[in-house]
Design a protein around this ligand. Sequence first.
Ligand code: MG
Length: 103
Amino acid sequence: MTITTDKKTMNEWADICHGIAREKGFWDQERNIGEALMLVVTELAEAMEAYRTQNDENFREEIADTFIRLLDLCGGFKIDIEQEIVKKSLKNKQRPYKHGKIC
Ligand SMILES: [Mg+2]
């Protein structure tokens, strides 16, 4: 698989991220959704550690890892993330100010 720098949709990135993960054997066995979700969390934890140690380059890389894991999950579990973001953003737009939340 060749990765180019041209702009892509999120669903295209989901296909790419999932394709690479498949190529590397991470989907050889059926993937557990809980494990896939927690792998996203581990990348966020790595980003927090990079931020804490003021490693800006690593921080950016771990944020990218987080998206890559999420997009892989979307590709693997057939989630049309573009459609889901549109639907949820429309729902969020209709909510009242802070809708009962503190932050
Ligand atoms: Mg990482």
